[in-house]
Design a protein around this ligand. Structure first.
Ligand code: PLP
Length: 352
């Protein structure tokens, strides 16, 4: 089975398991987990921030950031296709009492004019505009990459209005490798950044939130409140350190394969790759099925019987994600399975 549902399906490599087994451990809640502390220092330094906190998931990292930057009744500005809107169970409302102003824009991106236009008047009727969230890479936008200059303009606009800026960087290293900027240069314009080690980097569990020492201290309180403070979590932090040391530069292979897969799918009659192959920037390929006939769920079920697993991302939209647990033959095998699924051999004509 080729599992292309997500880059979260990877198994820890042998070397990663060895690094986990060799890690010195302590009790992180009591403040003496050496491997977690090493990971937090490493991530903070890589992203050019004062401090970092290790958390179980990217959702928790994003929600801690939102909780730290906002108070109840505030408004967050984010693209309407954002992960924080679609996939975090309404947490900004449930945990922080915030509403979200969803912006439009191609491939999950928006510009500074949209930020200026969405700032509320400071009168008694309006929520307080408090935080801009930028997702890089943008998942539902197609794994799209924020250009550094565009993010700089958006961040400057937000800061000019007194808002904070959070980057949902679940796949920030994919963006950095694809665009050729350093994660540090990108993060220079953000007040907080979340990153995931369990996406394309291949660690089994774990994310981090980075920012100023003051912000991270507050985030540690909220992490404890939500039950996210862990004990001998150095086992997991060791996997994340190994991932950062060994699985970042190879992301370019996933991007190359994604582009090749997009080109192959674009050549299959009936399937429409969107974003188109020349805009496939990182490790994701999205395609649409014909407007009549099988829907995405049924198509993926049929595809699975041919040994390829992809995920429906809408009634007629399917997503494939490339990652480090796939063989060199993945593009050819996936293309053959897709072709056979969309164009099953017609039944032989009855000879009478
Ligand atoms: C996966 C993801 C997250 C975090 O998801 P978890 O499953 O909670 O780790 C956040 N943002 C984006 C864009 C993601 O793709």
């Amino acid at each position: 089975m080729l599992d292309l549902r997500s880059d979260t399906v990877t198994q820890p490599t042998k070397a990663m398991r060895e690094a986990m087994m060799a890690a010195p451990l302590g009790d992180d809640v009591l403040g003496d987990e050496p491997t977690v502390q090493a990971l937090e220092a490493k991530v903070a330094a890589l992203l050019g921030k004062e401090a970092a906190v290790f958390v179980p998931s990217g959702t928790m990292a994003n929600q801690l950031a939102i909780r730290c930057h906002t108070t109840h009744g505030d408004e967050i500005i984010a693209h309407r296709e954002s992960h924080i809107i679609h996939y975090e169970t309404g947490a900004p409302a449930a945990l922080s009492g915030c509403m979200i102003n969803g912006l439009d824009g191609p491939r999950g991106l928006f510009d500074e004019d949209a930020v200026h236009a969405s700032i509320r008047n400071k009168d008694i009727h309006s929520p307080m505009s408090r935080l801009v969230v930028v997702e890089n890479t943008h998942n539902r936008g197609g794994g799209s990459v924020w250009p550094l200059a565009q993010f700089e303009r958006v961040a400057r606009a937000a800061h000019g209005h007194g808002l904070a800026v959070h980057v949902d960087g679940a796949r920030l290293w994919n963006a950095s490798i694809a665009a050729g900027y350093s994660v540090r240069d990108f993060c220079a314009h953000a007040d907080s950044v979340s990153v995931c080690f369990s996406k394309g980097l291949g660690a089994p569990v774990g994310s981090a939130l980075v920012g100023s020492s003051e912000l991270i201290l507050r985030a540690r309180r909220f992490r404890k409140m939500l039950g996210g403070a862990m004990r001998q979590s150095g086992l997991l932090a060791a996997a994340a350190i190994h991932a950062l040391d060994h699985h970042v530069t190879r992301l370019t292979d996933d991007h190359t394969r994604a582009r090749r897969l997009a080109e192959a799918i674009a050549a299959i009659p009936g399937l429409t790759v969107d974003p188109p192959p020349d805009r496939v920037e990182t490790n994701m390929v999205f395609f649409a099925l014909p407007s009549t006939g099988t829907d995405a769920a049924a198509f993926c079920a049929a595809l699975k019987t041919r040994g390829v697993n992809m995920i429906p991302m809408g009634p007629r939209r399917v997503r494939a994600v490339l990652h480090l647990d796939l063989p060199d033959t993945v593009v050819d095998l996936a293309t053959a399975a897709l072709t056979a699924t969309i164009h099953p051999t017609p039944p032989r004509e009855q000879v009478t």
